[in-house]
Design a protein around this ligand. Sequence first.
Ligand SMILES: C[S@@+](CC[C@H](N)C(=O)[O-])C[C@H]1O[C@@H](n2cnc3c(N)ncnc32)[C@H](O)[C@@H]1O
Length: 265
Amino acid sequence: MDSLNGEYMKCVCGKRPLDIVMSHILKIMMEEGIVPETATLRRNSPVPLSGFYYSGLNPQFIGEESLILLHPDFTGEVASRLMNEVPEVKCVLKGNPQITAGQLDKTSDICHFEILEGDDTQINLMRTLLGDKIVIVKKQSKHHIEVAVTTEDKLVRLHNYLNNNDIKKRTAIDGMCGLGALGIYLLKYGFEKVIFNDVNPEMIDALKYNLEINDILDGYEIYNCPFEDLEVDNVNLCVIDPFPNVDVDGIVKKAEEIADNVVII
Ligand SMILES: C[S@@+](CC[C@H](N)C(=O)[O-])C[C@H]1O[C@@H](n2cnc3c(N)ncnc32)[C@H](O)[C@@H]1O
């Protein structure tokens, strides 16, 4: 255990295997008494979120300042030790991973995880079936946890839906747009106009940033309201991407009223 420090098992490239990094983190959590001495990687590890994801590369070796950690029992002292002693850690968040950061539905409050130390920016560079990449930047303390491969999978499903259905490419809505990946994809796919909407104003801030860094300068409108209250019509396609286990009856009804085609991703 004593040899498990920031140099242990480091490759000449400066990276270490992910399981060694997680063992190092768990060792510090044990020493600080926030997990029992019998803790195991499977049961007691904090949620590790990569600060940078590049599609197609899922490294088992990770470099300095590349991990964002989330655990409900982290304290200021543990966070300082993790940041100072584990070179791969770039941010430590306190919070319950079972809770969704952001806003679950139109009646819920906006939830955040607490940043104890570091920078919670996560950058995802995702490949698409159009050959183009989409960059999505999020702040992991206030934006939902959705690993990049899940977003990529949604983009593939959307692509297949569009290829298999004859939909006019005039106007589309990304009705619960979050960070904007689906709507950005619709613009890249060739829609003349995409309406982005999200109930959470913090998502709209992130969306604007993501539009800019993807070089999307026009062809869109942005709304910040519950989808159920959106006042638009004559839409060719409405894309709905709700959080799991949220009642979407009202949202689907509204989508069917305003759009010729509705897809729930
Ligand atoms: C699963 S996330 C969407 C993820 C998104 N496709 C992305 O790429 O980030 C669900 C989103 O729905 C939004 N939302 C929840 N209820 C809503 C409502 N009634 N109207 C509009 N947006 C809503 C949340 O704020 C959240 O951003």
